[in-house]
Design a protein around this ligand. Structure first.
Ligand SMILES: Cc1cc2nc3c(=O)[nH]c(=O)nc-3n(C[C@H](O)[C@H](O)[C@H](O)COP(=O)(O)OP(=O)(O)OC[C@H]3O[C@@H](n4cnc5c(N)ncnc54)[C@H](O)[C@@H]3O)c2cc1C
Length: 424
């Protein structure tokens, strides 16, 4: 039997009130509802609940299963946006983010990431010999003075000395998080406030309230809220449509990512700077452990951006040939290859290029969020807290008792990373 009965009753702890309508529909009131369980929704849930806001999160499918687990987990300081020697708005907005993440990892931020595993404490930029790639690297290093250190040849990882074309290596302040572990950490800290919400339908009740209707364990559940945070990545577009909202507009930037699995792959965390005039690294490599003791290399950068018209087999062949040119000494003979297409979902920009910072758009009870990058989540959190501080939301409520929702809704699972799915 449901504990929420009768008119708008207060459920202990969470600022949730509820009443039963008919036999199957349950109507509850929740201060803040977050839709989407990727990094944006999970980061905000942690940030808001740490600041005593009564928030819950609804995920339609699995946690992290869209863009977040497909990301390379690089927490950028902006260097790859400064290869032309100029610090653009993108590179300056992002510059403070590695330090913010390091605070969170040390337990000194509202979002507590203590114990979250790093795949690498540093990310590196490597220019493979040609004059032009060296020039780009040099200009980038000048633009980001103090945030990039040349690595002496004697200090370089053995595989670069022994197996790669001659080149220069720079250590960036960037680092790489293990995204599955990051999601585990963020979701386990707030597991009681995270629910699976299939078939979500949104209805405007009035200028100040939205009703979120979803399928629960025994029937429809309706959550009324004065603050709805849309953190559904690509899904934001159709959720906005349900409310008849044409803005904010979304853009997709497609990628054709490549995964390689092999026993002889060394650990590499590298932007390989190309020889053309492009400002995107030719290949961006991150390394991920496989359960059988081998390694995955996950490949993005210009390879992924310029491989959209290629069939998977062609893209994989191209990746193999580029890697062989860059690292002639690495043995790829036992490597398995795969690739897949994925879109980055972001707020639309006038020229279709990447946005410069996290994006938050407020429209009555609706707050639409796109972090634009994993890296920019602390910025996203700050912007959302600013929005909420202008609202009359009560804080300081105890947040323990959400058992009433527990009896109505399922819990979502954590997704697998794409390289594990594609090359088990
Ligand atoms: C290939 C790739 C590599 C990247 N590498 C990096 C990197 O190295 N560093 C970096 O900083 N950034 C990187 N990014 C960008 C970064 O991954 C994204 O900006 C970030 O993950 C977006 O997070 P999100 O939570 O907004 O969206 P998502 O991760 O897409 O999550 C959205 C969630 O909402 C759910 N959802 C959708 N519709 C609904 C609905 N109707 N109801 C309920 N739930 C719904 C989805 O199931 C999903 O779980 C990369 C992106 C890609 C694609």
């Amino acid at each position: 039997m449901l504990p929420c009965r009768g008119p708008a009753q207060m459920i202990t702890g969470l600022t949730v009130t509820g009443k039963q309508q008919g036999t199957m529909n349950r109507v509850m009131e929740v201060d803040i509802v977050i839709i989407g369980g990727g990094i944006a929704g999970l980061w905000l849930l942690n940030r808001l609940r740490a600041e005593d806001h009564a928030a819950i999160l609804l995920e339609a499918d699995t946690l992290g299963g869209a863009q977040t687990l497909a990301s390379q987990g690089i927490i950028h300081g902006g260097l790859k946006y400064a290869l032309n020697g100029r610090v653009s708005p993108a590179s300056s907005a992002i510059a403070g983010m590695p330090a913010r993440w390091r605070k969170a990892l040390a337990g000194q931020d509202a979002v507590d990431l203590r114990g979250c595993r790093l795949l690498s404490p540093h990310y590196y930029m490597w220019s493979g010999g040609s004059l032009r790639s060296r020039l780009k690297t040099f200009l980038g290093s000048r633009a980001l003075r103090g945030r990039i250190d040349p690595v002496a040849p004697t200090e370089q990882p053995a595989f670069l000395r022994d197996s790669a074309r001659p080149g220069r290596l720079y250590q960036l302040e960037d680092f790489v998080v293990d995204t599955p572990d990051l999601l585990r950490r963020l979701s386990s800290l707030q597991s009681r406030a995270i629910f699976r919400g299939a078939d979500i339908r949104l209805h405007s009740i009035d200028h100040n309230r939205i009703q979120v209707e979803l399928s629960g364990k025994t029937g429809k559940v309706q959550l009324d809220t004065t603050t709805l945070l849309l953190c559904a990545g690509e899904g934001n577009a159709s959720l906005l449509q349900q409310l008849g909202q044409e803005t904010p507009a979304m853009q997709r930037r497609p990628l054709h990512m490549v995964c390689v699995k092999g026993r002889k792959l060394p650990e590499a965390f590298l932007h390989c700077i190309g020889e053309d005039f492009g400002m995107t690294p030719k290949i961006t490599i991150s390394t991920h452990p496989a359960p059988d003791g081998s390694r995955y290399w996950y490949l993005g950068g210009e390879l992924a951006e310029s491989g959209l018209a290629l069939e998977p087999a062609e893209q994989q062949q191209r990746a193999a040939s580029w890697l062989q040119q860059l690292f002639p000494g690495i043995d790829f003979s036992d490597a398995q290859w795969s690739s897949f297409f994925i879109d980055r979902a972001e707020p639309a920009t006038t020229d279709g290029r990447r946005p410069d910072s996290a994006y938050v758009h407020e429209q009555g009870p609706l707050i639409t969020c796109w972090p634009s990058k994993l890296t920019l989540c602390p910025d996203l959190g700050d912007q959302v807290i600013d929005c909420l501080s202008r609202r009359q939301l009560s804080t300081g409520q105890p947040q323990g008792d959400i058992t009433v929702l527990d009896s109505l809704l399922h819990r979502p699972e954590l997704a697998n990373a794409p390289w594990e799915e594609l090359l088990p």
